[in-house]
Every structure is written in structure tokens, then in C-alpha cells.
Design a binder for this molecule. Structure first.
Ligand code: ADP
Ligand code: ZN
Length: 432
């Protein structure tokens, strides 16, 4: 088992807690002294830095939200001078006005270190050739994994997203061993490789994929692994926390979040009380090492659960289990909560359809109507009967997963928009 920083990655949980406490106490003083935003927020809340003596006091601190970053756009929450910021990124704006985030040199180093630990934990080394097919630019995915890859000394191929045929050729010609991109882009990648007559499994050296930036299911992992012969690992992060930060280890049982860098809480969204291991709640994160834009109890907007037991890999840092989707991804159909990821997990079990889909919501009279548009892999079959059987099988499976009837509509292959980054899965035509 290889570690990047064994002394930290396998540190006794008690010592880790102690380290977190010391860092939290310093952090609270740091933001109070340096940021008018935090001083005002703490004052309004009636809290002084000296009230925080350890991480047991975390519940005394006020929350921050994406809205705070929007309200103080572009850099009202920063704790350093503009000249100390060495890089800006901006969030993709999936849920509203984009937010700007900034980094000191040290912030960039810590970010790369987090990924270096993760990449090492899945067996990547300086011998690997890593193709970074996340978008480069304001989006944090590309540059984030780029610097992680360089940190472990791997050879980095900065293809960014798009121009897929060229990417496939480069993967083959340069003996690429790992790829980083969204799971939806990799699904498209496999399809494009098929069309170009290239078998990723047999004709390339690809063995590892690091997929994230959007929710994906365990069944999609299986499908990707079977089709491409690689191991597929989840990676999580958000631009506010830095960018992509945490990957699974070889066990594929959750993503190690580094306690010396971040403090994670899972809270009941209504009571704000902490939830035990395994229970899904709102993810709230405090950054323990960020200098430019530290965040205190940031409500990320994602629903998640933690496993704090020591992992089989020997790492003592908690694991973030597969995310269900962000709280605002959830759609409500006839009063029932639906996550696009649930639909995905059903569809990928059927090899007759492609993993690209679109949920269309309409209102017929008083009732919501949900249609799932999906492409048949092979339209050649002239047996109409087969289509109807398949349609009703998928509809039944959707019903038992969602507790809701959704109509399945087969559309011509290639007509569901392919995404190079985060996929858009819902078209809501309902008028409220
Ligand atoms: P935006 O919020 O504008 O999309 P980001 O690019 O920072 O900006 O996206 C971060 C969000 O992407 C997370 O809050 C989460 O909802 C989603 N995300 C990232 N990685 C994963 C993952 N592995 N599984 C599920 N969702 C993810
Ligand atoms: Zn592990």
C-alpha cells in the first residue's frame, strides 16, 4: 500500500482531532482579524474568537453559504490582499451567478497535496501518464488535476475537454494510463472510441479513471469498468473549497477527506444537528488551511454521508460516501423527491440503451408528467415487440426505484446532447 504522506494519512484519529482543534482556534482568529465580512458576521452572532477553544465548539460558529460569496462578489470574503492572490477561478454557475474564488501560493500547494495523496492512494505514481480531460480555464477541474498529477511526478497531458477524436488518438499514441474527466464525458468518450473503431480496452494502456464534478451511480461505475477494462474512481470537490480535492482509495469505498485540511460536518438540514455515520444530511465544511478564502461552516449544498471508521487501506481520515446529488438538483414530481442519479442508476443496468438521458417534466392539467428520453444503442432491430418489452421493463424498474411512473421514450441515437463537462439531465417545462 503506497501513501503520499504516511505520517499524516495514518495518524491516530485522536491526534488528528487535536490538530483540527488547534487549527480551528487559529483560523477563527485569522478570519476575524482579517475579514470585515467575518468580523461583522461573528459580531452579529455574538461570538468572539476566544469563545472557540476546540472543535467541540464548532456548533457555536455561524454558517456561510454560496449566497454570501455572491453578495460580496467578487472578493469581499477574502482574507488577503489582492496582490497575495496568485490565481483566481470561478465556479461553473450551475445554480446561479458564478462566484469568484482566489488562492495564495500556499493554497495552491495544499490543493495539489490533497490530490497527490488521493492519486497515490489509487496506485498512480511518477511512472503514469495522466490525461486531464476536465475543462481548463475558470473551471477548477482541469488545472486542479493538472497540478495534482504534476505533484506526484506523473507525465501530464493537458487535453482539456472536447476534440474527442484527437484525445482518443493521443491516448493511444502516448500510452496514457489514466484519465480525469466527468463520468458523462467518459461515457461519451467510449462511444466516440467505438465509432472511431478503437477499443479502449484492447488498444490503449488506460487502467484508471478519476471521475467526478457531477453525481454518478455505482451502476455506471460497473458499466464503465466493464466496457473499458479500467478501474473507475470517484473524486469530489467544489470551487469554494479549492476544486477537485478528494478521491477514493483502492478500496472504492468512499473518498478520503483530509482532516488536517478540512473539517466536515453532516447536519440535519432542518435542525442543524450533527448526524451519525451513514446518515445522509447536508454537507458543511470548514477549511482549516486556506489563506485567501477560508470558509467557516460553509453549507456546500450537497447531500452526503460520512464513514469515520478506519479504512481497510489504513488511512484514518473519514470517507465521504457517494453523493446523492446537490440539494437543488432534486426535482419534485407529484410530490415525490427525485434525483437524476436514481434514473441513471436504473438506465445503466440495461445494455440496450446508452447512458445518456434527459428527464422532461411537463404539466398535464393538474398532474406532473415525467418522461425519460433515452437512446437505444442499436436501432436496427425490426422487432417492434422487443421495443415495447424493453420500454415496459425499464418503466417498471424506474417505478420501483422512484415510486413514480415515468414514461420511457426512445429517441434516435446521438440526439441527447453530449456534454464535455457537467451533464444537464433535466428539462423542466412545468409552469408553476
Ligand atoms: P458549481 O457549483 O457552479 O457547479 P463547482 O464546479 O464548484 O461549481 O461544482 C461543485 C459541485 O459539483 C459540488 O457541490 C457537487 O454538487 C458536484 N460534484 C462534484 N463532484 C462530485 C461527485 N464526485 N459526485 C457528485 N457530485 C459532485
Ligand atoms: Zn481507504
Amino acid at each position: 500500500m503506497a501513501y503520499w504522506k504516511p505520517e499524516i494519512e495514518t495518524m491516530d484519529p485522536k491526534d488528528l482531532r487535536q490538530m483540527q482543534s488547534e487549527k480551528l482556534v487559529k483560523l477563527v482568529k485569522y478570519v476575524y482579524d482579517r475579514s470585515p465580512f467575518y468580523k461583522k458576521r461573528f459580531d452579529e452572532f455574538g461570538i468572539k474568537p476566544e469563545d472557540i477553544k476546540s472543535i467541540d465548539d464548532i456548533g457555536k460558529l455561524p454558517f456561510t453559504r454560496k449566497q454570501d460569496l455572491r453578495d460580496t462578489y467578487p472578493n469581499g470574503m477574502f482574507c488577503v490582499k489582492n496582490t497575495d492572490v496568485v490565481r483566481y477561478h470561478a465556479s461553473s454557475g450551475t445554480t446561479g451567478k458564478p462566484t469568484v474564488v482566489g488562492y495564495t501560493q500556499n493554497d495552491l500547494d495544499v490543493w495539489a497535496e490533497s490530490l497527490a495523496r488521493g492519486m497515490t492512494s489509487i496506485g498512480l505514481t511518477s511512472e503514469d501518464i495522466i490525461q486531464v480531460s476536465y475543462g481548463y480555464g475558470l473551471f477548477t477541474g482541469g488545472l486542479g488535476l493538472h497540478y495534482g498529477s504534476e505533484k506526484i511526478g506523473a507525465t501530464t497531458l493537458p487535453t482539456s475537454s472536447g476534440n474527442t477524436d484527437r484525445q482518443i488518438a493521443l491516448m493511444k499514441d502516448l500510452d496514457v494510463t489514466a484519465i480525469c474527466c466527468t463520468p458523462s464525458y467518459f461515457s461519451y468518450f467510449l462511444e466516440a472510441a467505438d465509432q472511431a473503431g478503437c477499443s479502449i480496452k484492447d488498444e490503449t494502456k488506460l487502467k484508471i479513471g478519476i471521475f467526478g464534478a457531477e453525481p454518478w451511480s455505482e451502476s455506471l461505475r460497473k458499466r464503465i469498468e466493464e466496457r473499458s477494462g479500467i478501474k473507475a474512481y470517484d473524486v469530489f470537490g467544489t470551487s469554494e473549497l479549492s476544486g477537485p480535492l478528494f478521491t477514493e482509495c483502492e478500496m472504492q469505498e468512499g473518498m478520503h477527506i483530509w482532516s488536517d485540511m478540512f473539517l466536515f460536518e453532516i447536519l440535519d438540514s432542518e435542525t442543524n444537528e450533527p448526524l451519525p455515520d451513514g446518515e445522509v444530511g447536508e454537507l458543511v465544511v470548514t477549511t482549516l488551511m486556506k489563506e485567501a478564502l477560508p470558509l467557516i461552516r460553509f453549507r456546500v449544498g450537497d447531500l452526503a454521508s460520512l464513514d469515520t471508521s478506519v479504512c481497510k487501506c489504513g488511512r484514518t481520515h473519514p470517507r465521504l460516501m457517494r453523493l446523492k446529488g446537490r440539494s437543488d438538483d432534486m426535482i419534485i414530481v407529484r410530490g415525490i423527491n427525485v434525483f437524476p442519479g436514481q434514473v441513471e442508476s436504473v438506465l445503466v443496468k440495461f445494455s440496450e440503451v446508452s447512458p445518456h438521458f434527459m428527464i422532461v417534466l411537463e404539466r398535464k392539467g393538474e398532474l406532473d408528467n415525467m418522461t425519460v428520453q433515452v437512446e437505444l444503442v442499436d436501432m436496427a432491430s425490426d422487432k417492434l415487440d422487443d421495443y415495447y418489452k424493453l420500454k415496459s421493463k425499464i418503466e417498471q424498474d424506474l417505478k420501483s426505484t422512484l415510486y413514480l411512473h415515468a414514461e420511457v421514450e426512445f429517441v434516435t441515437p446521438g440526439t441527447i446532447p453530449r456534454s464535455e463537462g457537467k451533464a444537464k439531465r433535466v428539462t423542466d417545462k412545468r409552469q408553476f
